[in-house]
Structure formats: structure tokens, C-alpha cells
Design a protein around this ligand. Structure first.
Ligand SMILES: Nc1ncnc2c1ncn2[C@@H]1O[C@H](COP(=O)(O)OP(=O)(O)O)[C@@H](O)[C@H]1O
Ligand SMILES: [Mg+2]
Length: 607
């Protein structure tokens, strides 16, 4: 309990202060009381001495007369007895040699047994200096007595010593009252002092307590708290400093958070994925892009091992290589992710110094899937072009060789061979013109001159061009253009090119007896044109790639039919150049529908 109390006191500044103050007051009171008591005692003694001296002087002459005439013991005893009674004192008459001649407290018969008083301090002083005083415990009456002694002189010659004594108690009795009053006053003073001290201490300690709460709130991260300070003293200054500190910390923290948010936003806004790991291969940073690239749903937890977050052996190889390489050296690697979406990622890794002996790695990841795909498409395209060119060229070369080798002289063969050569050169021409078209469109060299054109007229002219082939293949052609779709806003020549290609395909890939229909309908401010056939259709596996250059379902058949494999690629580019979209629906054996959209035109503006 005591220890707890001590702890409670030591923990409370107000209690400490109050106790200190009260302690001071108590010490001062004690010192004052002691001093007062001592003064009172001295005062009482002095007063008693004066009384005894006065009484002694009054008795002096009678004592001298008695001693001078050598009065007997009886007379002397009567004298001291009378004197003692009159003044309520003890009176003793002592001979110069110290013998007690008479004592008011000792019966005459016992006087012989009383020891010599020659050595008593007051007696010695009286004989030497004319008066003596001593305060001591009386051996005879067993109480503290104040003794005053006077020499009994007869013309300067000492006859004896007259001693008077008074119990101190009779003097100090009146002091009891004063003491009680003093004690009560002291206690009251202490109580008042305690009250005042507590009040003052609380006043002083309260702001300290409040500030302590403020400081604790700040430690908990709340920098919006403020200490209520008004006083201009040190505590007020402390409070103001605390407030200033809180404000500074708050702004710093805000700046920091702002910076951090900026950094995070910057990182997340990057096209590149960024991953940083510490010396133990734990993720310290991973931006949104990186998470998307590796198909990580949620953000990885803080300091999760990269090995567990991304399970890719190539990535870890790059990481190891980078850590082994010196600072500032970029290690590169390429990863292919099988994943839900196939991806090719290029990783550039640089060691990252995080501490005196901690080297992390920062990796910047680029998604090069599209780049690699384009590279592949280009090489394939070059290979395709040379292949497509070589076939007719080889044929031309072969037939010409045969002709030159003698067949020229055989008219029946010569004509046929030349016709074949002619067909192949025609094909070469078509191929080159398609390639030129395509590259011009891709390079943006083709400038469209869109104008309102009548769709019906164009479809008619396209049908006219394709009629011979349709008739030859017994394919029926039909057109159905909705009233609202009569006019489109397009480049006339290019629209013809698109439709020739689509109608040509539809006829080519439709068996005899089939139908090819061109329809158009208005959809808000656009017109959707569909070329539908009842032909062989396109297998679903080929559908996504059907608009790629040279992509054909059946290469040999397409070539046989005079195709180049570039028609749909050209169509797609032209539609896109017009700001439209192209969609192909097909079911093998049932037919194909190719739809594309164009901007609707103003019928009134057609020339
Ligand atoms: N209407 C269609 N019906 C079936 N298959 C088609 C149709 N249109 C295009 N295709 C397929 O798409 C391929 C590519 O067409 P295209 O680029 O016009 O080349 P080409 O007509 O020279 O063969 C064709 O070889 C054919 O396999
Ligand atoms: Mg074609």
C-alpha cells in the first residue's frame, strides 16, 4: 500500500508540488514554534527571576539582622517559613560556608542531614557576583526549580546567602494555553497551506497534464490536437512549442503523404510494369501495370517473397543475374507467359542499393507481345510475298523455257503455253496491284474523298462487273437497300473496291444454285451494309485470322480461283479508313455474312 502510494505521489506532479509546499510550511511552522517556545520559556524564567529577586531584596534586611545577631535555628526557621508562605516560594538560608541554616521545605530536625550547599552554582555566583541563578531539578522536592540566590551583606561583609526557589511549572503553567492555541493555529495553517498548495499545484500541473495528453495523441499519429494555452509563462511557452511542433509534423506528414500519393499515382500510371525487391527477394514495390501483366488479382502483401507472388523461372533468372551484376548494369530478359492471356514481357533489371549491405533489384517490365507479334507478321508477310510471287514466276519461266526449247515451232502447243504464261502474268499483276494498294492504305498514302453517294447505283455497277462469273457459277445476285440507307458518305472508288472484293468472294465461295445478297439498313447516323451468301462458309478456327494478309482457308483453291489472299485485308483497311467497322459471321456449309458500316449521307447533297 505504501509503495503504491509512493508511486501515486511520484506520478502526480500536482501532489508532488503540493507536498513540497506543505513540507516547507510545516518546517517553517515547526521552527517558529520551537523558537516561540524557547522564547516563552526564557521570558517566563526572566519574569520568575525578577519576582524571586524582588522577594529576596525585601527579605534581605530581616535576614541580615537575624544573622548579625546570631539568631537560633528556631528563629531562622520561623523566618523562612513566614517568607515562603507569604510568597509561595521555597526559601533557604545558607551560611557562607555552605551549611543550610534554615529551609522552608525541610524541618529543622532534618537540617543536619542536608549536604553542604557551598558548591551550588547559584550560591557560588551569589557570593562571587552578588546574585546567582540556576534552573535544575531539585534533589529535595524532585521538580524543576528556578533558584535565585543573594548574599546577605552587612556593610559589605557576607553573613550568608538567602536563596529563593520557585517551581518552573507554576510559571509555565500559563504557557500550556498558549501552546494549545499555537498548535491549533499551526494545524490550521498547515491545512490552509495544503489547500492552497493543492489548488496552486493543480493550476500549474493541469496544463502539463493536458499537454501530456496532447503529446500522447501526437504519438498515436493524431497531429490535429492542440494544447489549449493562454498563460504567458514557461508552461504556456511549452504548450505553444508543442502546438508548433504538431503543426509542423502535420504539414510534413501531409507533404509526405502527398508525395507518396504522387509517386504511387506516377508508378500506377506508367505503361511499364515496375517491381522492386529487397535483399531477401521480398516485394517492396509493384505497380498496377506489373500486377496486370502478371495477372495478379489483388496487390501482394507487404514484403511477400517474389518467388511466391510470381512463379516464373525466367523472371527469377533475370533477378539473380541482376543481383550478381554490378550496380548500374542493366540485365535483360524476355519471358513468355502462358497464362490466360499469352504475353511476351521484356524485363530490364538494375540492382538497387537499399542499405549498406542490402542490395535489392528494380525491374522494369515492358509488354512486348504486340511488338513481337508485329515482327512475326512482318517476317511471315515477306515470306508470303516471295512465295506468292515465285509461284507464277516459276510457271512463266518454265513455259517460256519450253517454248524457247522448241515448242514455239509447234503452233498447237505454243498458243496454249502462251495463254498460260499470260494468265500467270495477269495474276502477277493482280498480286502486285493488291500489294501496292494495301501498302498504300497502310502507309496512309491513300487519301479518301468522302462524298454522299447512292448505294443502289454502286451495288448495280458492282453486280454488273461480277455478273459473268455469277452466271457461270449459277449464283443469283440480289440487292435490298432500305429507304433510309440509300445514301452513304464514302469515297466512291474505294466503296466500289470494297464491294467488288466482297461480292467476288461471295460468288467464288458459293456453290452453283446459291445466292448472294447485298442488303443495307440505317442504324441511327450509320448505314450497315451486309454481303450475305449461301456458300461454303469459314470454319470458326479460321475466322479470327481471315482478314490477315495472305490468310486463306484453302490456299490452293483460292489460287485456282484467281485470288491473292489480300482482298479481305484491303477491305478491312478501307472500312477502317472510312471510320467504320467490319464483322464477319460464318457457319461452315451454311454461308457467310460480311457486315461493314459507313456514315449515312445526306440524300439532298448527292450530285
Ligand atoms: N464469302 C466467303 N465464303 C467463304 N470463305 C470466304 C469468303 N470470303 C472469304 N473467304 C475466305 O477468306 C479467305 C481470304 O479472302 P480474301 O482475302 O478475299 O482472299 P482471296 O479471295 O484472294 O482468297 C479466302 O481464301 C477464303 O478462304
Ligand atoms: Mg477475295
Amino acid at each position: 500500500v505504501l509503495a503504491r502510494l509512493r508511486l501515486a505521489i511520484r506520478r502526480r506532479i500536482a501532489v508532488k508540488l503540493a507536498l513540497t509546499l506543505v513540507g516547507f510550511v510545516a518546517v517553517i511552522l515547526l521552527v517558529a514554534a520551537l523558537y516561540l517556545a524557547r522564547s516563552l520559556d526564557a521570558l517566563a524564567e526572566d519574569a520568575a527571576e525578577m519576582r524571586l529577586l524582588t522577594a529576596g531584596r525585601l527579605l534581605h534586611d530581616e535576614a541580615r539582622e537575624l544573622l548579625a545577631r546570631g539568631a537560633d535555628a528556631g528563629a531562622l526557621t520561623a523566618f523562612v517559613g513566614r517568607a515562603a508562605r507569604a510568597d509561595e516560594l521555597r526559601v533557604t538560608l545558607i551560611a557562607v560556608d555552605g551549611r543550610v541554616l534554615a529551609d522552608s521545605e525541610v524541618p529543622p530536625a532534618a537540617l543536619a542531614g542536608v549536604e553542604s550547599h557551598a558548591g551550588r552554582p547559584e550560591v557560588v555566583a551569589a557570593l562571587a557576583a552578588g546574585r546567582g541563578r540556576d534552573l535544575r531539578l531539585s534533589a529535595t522536592v524532585k521538580a524543576p526549580l528556578l533558584y535565585v540566590a543573594l548574599p546577605v551583606l552587612d556593610e559589605g561583609r557576607p553573613l550568608g546567602v538567602l536563596r529563593l526557589a520557585l517551581p518552573v511549572a507554576t510559571v509555565t503553567a500559563s504557557h500550556e494555553e498558549i501552546r494549545r492555541v499555537l498548535l491549533a493555529g499551526g494545524i490550521l495553517a498547515l491545512a490552509v497551506a495544503l489547500g492552497i498548495a493543492l489548488f496552486v499545484a493543480r493550476r500549474i500541473a493541469r496544463p502539463a497534464v493536458v499537454m501530456q495528453e496532447v503529446a500522447r495523441a501526437m504519438a498515436d499519429g493524431n497531429f490535429r490536437v492542440r494544447a489549449p494555452v493562454r498563460s504567458p509563462d514557461e508552461i504556456g511557452a511549452l504548450g505553444r512549442s508543442l502546438n508548433a511542433l504538431a503543426e509542423r509534423l502535420r504539414t510534413r506528414l501531409e507533404d509526405l503523404q502527398h508525395e507518396q500519393a504522387k509517386g504511387a499515382a506516377l508508378l500506377d500510371g506508367m505503361v511499364e510494369g515496375v517491381i522492386a525487391v529487397d535483399g531477401h527477394d521480398h516485394v517492396v514495390l509493384m505497380n498496377e501495370r506489373a500486377r496486370a501483366m502478371f495477372d495478379l488479382g489483388a496487390a501482394p502483401g507487404d514484403r511477400e517473397p517474389i518467388l511466391e507472388v510470381i512463379r516464373n523461372a525466367d523472371l527469377h533468372r533475370v533477378l539473380r543475374t541482376s543481383r550478381a551484376a554490378g550496380e548500374g548494369i542493366v540485365s535483360r530478359g524476355e519471358l513468355s507467359l502462358a497464362g490466360p492471356v499469352e504475353r511476351v514481357l521484356q524485363v530490364n533489371a538494375v540492382p538497387l542499393r537499399l542499405g549498406p549491405d542490402e542490395v535489392g533489384v528494380v525491374m522494369v517490365v515492358h509488354d512486348v507481345t504486340e511488338l513481337r507479334r508485329l515482327e512475326r507478321v512482318r517476317t511471315e508477310f515477306v515470306a508470303n510475298v516471295s512465295h506468292e510471287l515465285r509461284t507464277p514466276l516459276t510457271a512463266v519461266h518454265g513455259y517460256l523455257e519450253t517454248l524457247l526449247g522448241g515448242a514455239l515451232e509447234e503452233p498447237e502447243h505454243a498458243r496454249r503455253f502462251l495463254e498460260i504464261v499470260f494468265r500467270h502474268t495477269e495474276r502477277l499483276g493482280r498480286l502486285l496491284s493488291d500489294l501496292t494498294d494495301l501498302s498504300n492504305i497502310e502507309l496512309g498514302k491513300v487519301t479518301l474523298r468522302p462524298a454522299p453517294v447512292r448505294l443502289g447505283e454502286i451495288v448495280d455497277s458492282v453486280f454488273a462487273i461480277n455478273r459473268p462469273r455469277a452466271d457461270a457459277g449459277s449464283v443469283a445476285l440480289s440487292a435490298d437497300i432500305a429507304p433510309g440507307a440509300a445514301v452513304v458518305h464514302a469515297d466512291l472508288d474505294r466503296l466500289v473496291q470494297i464491294l467488288i472484293n466482297l461480292v467476288d468472294n461471295a460468288i467464288k465461295y458459293t456453290a452453283p444454285g446459291g445466292q448472294v445478297a447485298v442488303t443495307a439498313r440505317r442504324d441511327e447516323d450509320r448505314v450497315e451494309i451486309a454481303v450475305r451468301d449461301t456458300g461454303v462458309g469459314i470454319p470458326p478456327a479460321d475466322l479470327p485470322r481471315i482478314t490477315e494478309r495472305f490468310y486463306r482457308v484453302d490456299r490452293a483453291r483460292s489460287r485456282e480461283l484467281g485470288g491473292t489472299g489480300l482482298g479481305l485485308a484491303i477491305v478491312k483497311h478501307l472500312v477502317i479508313a472510312h471510320g467504320g467497322t467490319l464483322a464477319i459471321d460464318s457457319a461452315p456449309g451454311q454461308g457467310t455474312t460480311v457486315r461493314f458500316t459507313l456514315a449515312a449521307g445526306d440524300p439532298g447533297a448527292v450530285p
